[in-house]
Design a binder for this molecule. Structure first.
Ligand SMILES: Nc1ccn([C@@H]2O[C@H](COP(=O)(O)OP(=O)(O)OP(=O)(O)O)[C@@H](O)[C@H]2O)c(=O)n1
Ligand SMILES: C[C@](O)(CO)[C@H](O)COP(=O)(O)O
Length: 234
């Protein structure tokens, strides 16, 4: 793959967060997993994918240079654009969107390194068939809604509940319109599908796997090492 490669799908890998919930001095996307920064593991999956023709890594302004150096160290220099992000994940995605030029766009968290080639393919195919698609897994726990005093207000029917992951795939024009609408209305969502849903565009769920974790809190690091080890053994 490369910037010049033909292909209609690009990916925005967002990695401009501070990792507050992880609580480490170094932002979590730069922590080492099996000797390699987490975000490099993530980039490598997309870099190897035959359908991905453009990759934009969105990172903190202060981290652009060192990300470029890491990318060079892992042999991906010519293929990946690195740009600064914004204050919220949504703002970082928007910056990525303004840089990507492909008609189909995937958005993926830099801290979800275990996404597979097959999952990326399934998400792209579902988006092209249905207009928009997100990877997700059925919720395994019983989920209750609570009031502000921590009393149970309702027990939700988990047969209709899915935990949403990335990648999420859209027509670039739809996602851009969704971000513009959200900015006008000062709406901030926790994923991109939410913004597209607000335009009335249906979003298809693509069943993924529970190990496509987002590394968020310290215990996720141990689980990530376990998943990595298992992948290497299998
Ligand atoms: N302004 C932001 C905030 C988040 N992200 C990215 O969005 C992904 C998912 O976000 P999350 O796990 O919430 O990361 P952080 O914002 O870094 O974590 P926290 O909320 O704990 O601070 C991460 O890859 C993160 O780097 C981003 O690009 N720009
Ligand atoms: C996009 C996402 O990863 C889907 O699970 C998630 O919503 C990001 O949310 P966070 O609040 O940044 O963890």
């Amino acid at each position: 793959m490369g910037l010049q490669a033909s292909g209609d799908t690009g990916v925005i890998v967002v990695a401009a967060g501070r990792g507050t919930r992880m609580g480490t001095v170094e932002s979590k996307q730069y922590l080492m997993l099996d000797g390699k920064p987490i975000f490099i593991h993530t980039l490598e999956v997309f870099h190897r994918h035959p359908s991905i023709s453009q990759i934009v890594l969105v990172t903190g302004e202060q981290d652009v240079d060192r990300c470029r150096s890491w990318i060079a160290e892992y042999g991906m220099t010519e293929q990946i654009q690195v740009i600064p992000g914004g204050a919220e994940r949504q703002h970082s995605v928007r910056q990525g969107l303004l840089t990507l030029s492909t008609p189909w766009v995937l958005v993926h968290d830099g801290v979800r390194p275990f996404v597979t080639r097959e999952q990326i393919t399934a998400c792209c195919e579902a988006a092209k068939a249905h207009g928009a698609a997100v990877l997700a897994v059925p919720v395994k726990d019983t989920i209750k809604q609570a009031d502000e005093q921590s009393w149970v207000a309702a027990t939700l029917d988990r047969r209709s509940l899915w935990a949403i992951q990335t990648p999420q795939a859209f027509r670039r024009d739809d996602l851009l319109a969704a971000h513009e609408r959200a900015a006008e209305e000062e709406f901030v969502g926790t994923d991109d599908a939410m913004l597209v849903e607000r335009l009335g565009i249906p979003v298809k769920l693509v069943e993924g796997t529970y190990d496509n974790i987002k590394i968020t809190t310290p215990e996720d690091l141990d689980y990530a090492e376990f998943i990595r080890g298992k992948r290497l053994r299998d």
